[in-house]
Design a protein around this ligand. Structure first.
Ligand SMILES: [Zn+2]
Length: 107
Protein backbone atom coordinates (compact mmCIF):
# COMPACT_ATOMS: atom_id res chain seq x y z
CA UNK A 1 0.00 0.00 0.00
CA UNK A 2 2.75 2.42 0.87
CA UNK A 3 4.53 1.87 -2.40
CA UNK A 4 1.81 3.70 -4.33
CA UNK A 5 2.04 6.65 -1.99
CA UNK A 6 1.93 10.01 -3.72
CA UNK A 7 2.07 13.62 -2.68
CA UNK A 8 -0.09 16.22 -4.36
CA UNK A 9 0.71 19.88 -3.93
CA UNK A 10 -2.42 21.97 -3.72
CA UNK A 11 -3.23 24.97 -5.87
CA UNK A 12 -2.33 28.24 -4.21
CA UNK A 13 -5.01 30.91 -4.22
CA UNK A 14 -4.34 34.63 -4.09
CA UNK A 15 -7.25 35.39 -1.80
CA UNK A 16 -8.75 33.72 1.20
CA UNK A 17 -12.25 32.42 0.76
CA UNK A 18 -14.93 32.47 3.48
CA UNK A 19 -15.45 28.71 3.64
CA UNK A 20 -11.78 27.81 3.95
CA UNK A 21 -10.73 25.30 6.59
CA UNK A 22 -7.87 26.31 8.84
CA UNK A 23 -5.19 23.73 9.32
CA UNK A 24 -3.14 23.45 12.47
CA UNK A 25 -0.05 21.43 13.19
CA UNK A 26 -1.63 18.21 12.07
CA UNK A 27 -3.38 17.16 8.90
CA UNK A 28 -7.03 18.21 8.84
CA UNK A 29 -8.22 14.96 7.31
CA UNK A 30 -6.66 11.56 7.50
CA UNK A 31 -7.67 8.48 5.61
CA UNK A 32 -6.25 5.13 4.65
CA UNK A 33 -5.67 5.70 0.93
CA UNK A 34 -2.40 6.65 -0.73
CA UNK A 35 -2.43 10.34 -1.63
CA UNK A 36 -1.26 13.14 0.63
CA UNK A 37 -2.29 16.72 -0.03
CA UNK A 38 0.37 19.16 1.00
CA UNK A 39 0.53 22.94 1.14
CA UNK A 40 1.55 24.37 -2.25
CA UNK A 41 3.74 26.87 -0.46
CA UNK A 42 5.53 25.23 2.46
CA UNK A 43 4.77 21.56 1.82
CA UNK A 44 3.11 20.91 5.18
CA UNK A 45 0.68 17.98 5.03
CA UNK A 46 -2.92 19.18 5.04
CA UNK A 47 -4.66 15.89 4.32
CA UNK A 48 -3.10 12.45 4.36
CA UNK A 49 -4.35 9.14 3.07
CA UNK A 50 -6.69 10.62 0.49
CA UNK A 51 -7.72 9.29 -2.89
CA UNK A 52 -7.58 11.26 -6.12
CA UNK A 53 -10.79 13.22 -6.37
CA UNK A 54 -11.36 13.47 -2.62
CA UNK A 55 -12.26 16.92 -1.29
CA UNK A 56 -12.11 18.58 -4.70
CA UNK A 57 -12.63 22.31 -4.43
CA UNK A 58 -12.14 22.46 -0.66
CA UNK A 59 -9.89 25.30 0.45
CA UNK A 60 -7.44 24.93 3.31
CA UNK A 61 -5.51 27.68 4.96
CA UNK A 62 -2.17 26.29 5.98
CA UNK A 63 -0.53 27.28 9.22
CA UNK A 64 1.96 29.19 7.05
CA UNK A 65 -0.93 31.34 5.88
CA UNK A 66 -1.12 30.05 2.32
CA UNK A 67 -4.55 29.44 0.88
CA UNK A 68 -4.69 26.07 -0.86
CA UNK A 69 -7.43 24.63 -3.02
CA UNK A 70 -7.73 20.93 -3.73
CA UNK A 71 -7.55 20.59 -7.50
CA UNK A 72 -9.87 18.42 -9.51
CA UNK A 73 -8.08 15.48 -11.08
CA UNK A 74 -4.85 16.02 -12.96
CA UNK A 75 -6.90 17.09 -15.96
CA UNK A 76 -7.65 20.39 -14.27
CA UNK A 77 -3.99 21.32 -14.32
CA UNK A 78 -3.68 20.32 -17.95
CA UNK A 79 -6.80 22.25 -18.87
CA UNK A 80 -5.51 25.39 -17.22
CA UNK A 81 -2.17 25.06 -18.89
CA UNK A 82 -3.80 24.63 -22.27
CA UNK A 83 -6.05 27.63 -21.66
CA UNK A 84 -3.21 29.95 -20.79
CA UNK A 85 -1.14 28.72 -23.71
CA UNK A 86 -4.07 29.21 -26.06
CA UNK A 87 -4.66 32.69 -24.70
CA UNK A 88 -1.01 33.61 -25.19
CA UNK A 89 -1.13 32.27 -28.72
CA UNK A 90 -4.35 34.12 -29.51
CA UNK A 91 -2.79 37.37 -28.40
CA UNK A 92 0.14 36.92 -30.76
CA UNK A 93 -1.80 35.86 -33.85
CA UNK A 94 -3.90 37.91 -36.21
CA UNK A 95 -7.51 38.44 -35.11
CA UNK A 96 -8.97 37.19 -38.38
CA UNK A 97 -7.26 33.83 -37.98
CA UNK A 98 -8.92 33.46 -34.62
CA UNK A 99 -12.25 34.46 -36.08
CA UNK A 100 -12.08 31.55 -38.48
CA UNK A 101 -11.71 29.17 -35.57
CA UNK A 102 -14.97 30.23 -33.94
CA UNK A 103 -15.86 33.86 -33.73
CA UNK A 104 -18.95 33.40 -31.55
CA UNK A 105 -16.83 32.15 -28.65
CA UNK A 106 -15.06 35.49 -28.30
CA UNK A 107 -16.08 37.76 -25.50
ZN1 LIG B 1 1.94 26.08 4.15
Amino acid sequence: MLDSHRVTRLLLLDNEVPHAIRAGDRAVFTGDASVDYVCGSCGAPLCVGMRDGDLVGIVFICKCGACNRVPALATEWEGRLRESQAAARARSTHPHRRAAAGDHRRR
